[in-house]
Design a protein around this ligand. Structure first.
Ligand code: MG
Length: 413
């Protein structure tokens, strides 16, 4: 069955995927910091390089020698002058974008942390300006994945000082649960049935597929998944892997198969191609890698290059900027999907808090729980029936068990 873009958007609120995402929590008014909080300063910032074991095949973690690699991350601990602690996490994936565990660690320690020490943790704009002054932009924000670790830790710290969860802080109604999407990244079509069964066994009902560069494979993949999961939300992400001619040819075929959105079909700098795909109108075109700061988001919206954005706080420098982008997307009448960077622990908590507060309508491709082992959290996230609870405690809503850090420390960084 073919779904036109208009029919898809109009019907989105009543699809089974959306209906599964029904739980809501009461709204609370935002509270501003009182006078005593303004005297709190950033006393100490520590970093810990981590490596989470990866289970299953995901192309972004494969090493060139064929052995499975781990999921690198850098844990950030900010201690305020009153002893309050905030935790964040940078989550580089060098095969997805250019940052590495080593660049994150050296940039934090030598360039960004010295800019923040002694400052007011509530001065969000000033702290981000200081970070962006120390590590300047190129086309967009420089080293956003690194900066996201600090932004998350600052958000956690200030939320704890305010005694507010993300949704309380933003005065949003929000959801208490988010439905997840299972990521399919098969090497051959023969693998698909088993991979779908793995997702079903964990309670997942919705699937996102990695496509490109081979359109024949991709069409057969989507046909097969649609046959195995006829009622699921099937979301295709090309990670910039098609050329324009291929993308223009494949988009209507994916739409005919019932694929509701095509994410990042072209490389991030192929803007003319995005405009042609949007004009073709076969199915909604979403950007991911192409949107780092809200400046290019505004520009790309005005140029008519996209129908929506697959959000991920790590890509755009943290939860502060990601929230700004969701608001711009919604103001423009476009759609946002909840994506991620195979986020562990604190990065996952930030994504859940953000998407929960902003009432995400579609299954979230937060595949950390699918691909990663190990956790630093006192109460690790547990997927139940393909859903995760949105943390509702102050800050990012989760507690780090410091005794667990040693078990995940990355060596030789
Ligand atoms: Mg993507």
């Amino acid at each position: 069955m073919s779904l036109s873009r208009r029919a898809f958007l109009a019907g989105a609120a009543t699809t089974t995927a959306a209906a599964a995402l029904a739980a809501t929590a009461p709204a609370a008014p935002p509270i501003t910091p009182d006078r005593s909080m303004k005297s709190v300063t950033i006393a100490r910032i520590e970093t810990f390089p981590l490596l989470y074991p990866v289970i299953g095949r995901f192309k972004f973690f494969e090493r060139s020698d064929g052995r499975p690699g781990g999921r690198a991350a850098v844990l950030v601990k900010i201690t305020a002058s009153d002893g309050t602690v905030g935790w964040g996490q940078s989550v580089p994936i060098p095969k997805w974008s250019y940052e590495t565990i080593e660049t994150v660690t050296s940039t934090l320690q030598r360039y960004l942390i010295p800019e923040l020490l002694g400052r007011d943790p509530f001065d969000t704009a000033g702290l981000h300006a200081a970070m962006n002054g120390a590590i300047a932009p190129s086309f967009s924000t420089g080293q956003p994945i690194c900066k996201a670790g600090l932004d998350l830790a600052l958000f956690d710290l200030t939320g704890r000082l305010l005694h507010q969860s993300a949704s309380q802080r933003w005065g949003k109604k929000g959801r208490t649960q988010l439905t997840l999407s299972w990521t399919l990244n098969p090497k051959t079509l023969d693998d698909v049935e088993g991979l779908v069964a793995q997702g079903h066994a964990r309670g997942y009902r919705h699937f996102n597929v990695k496509v490109a560069p081979d359109p024949k494979f991709d069409i057969e993949l989507c046909r097969l998944v649609k046959r195995l999961v006829p009622d699921g939300f099937l979301w295709a992400d090309a990670n910039g892997g098609y050329d324009e001619a291929t993308a223009l040819a494949v988009a209507p075929k994916l739409a005919d198969l019932g694929v509701p959105v095509l994410e990042q079909p072209l490389p991030a700098n192929r803007l003319t191609g995005y405009r042609r795909l949007k004009q073709l109108g076969a199915l909604p075109i979403l950007m991911d890698e192409g949107i780092v700061s809200s400046v290019e988001l505004e520009e790309f919206i005005q140029l008519g290059l996209l129908d929506g954005v697959a959000m991920k706080p790590a890509r755009c420098g943290g939860i502060t900027e990601a929230k700004r982008q969701i608001e711009k997307v919604l103001d423009a009448g476009l759609m946002f999907l909840g994506s991620g960077l195979t986020d562990p622990d604190l990065s996952l908590a930030a994504s859940l808090a953000l998407y929960g507060a902003y009432d995400l309508k579609y299954p979230a491709a937060l595949n950390g729980p699918q691909f990663l082992q190990g956790s630093l959290l006192r109460q690790p996230f547990v997927v139940k029936n393909g859903e995760l609870e949105v943390p509702d405690a102050p800050g990012l809503g989760v507690d780090v068990d410091e005794s667990k850090i040693a078990s995940l420390i990355a060596k030789d960084v």
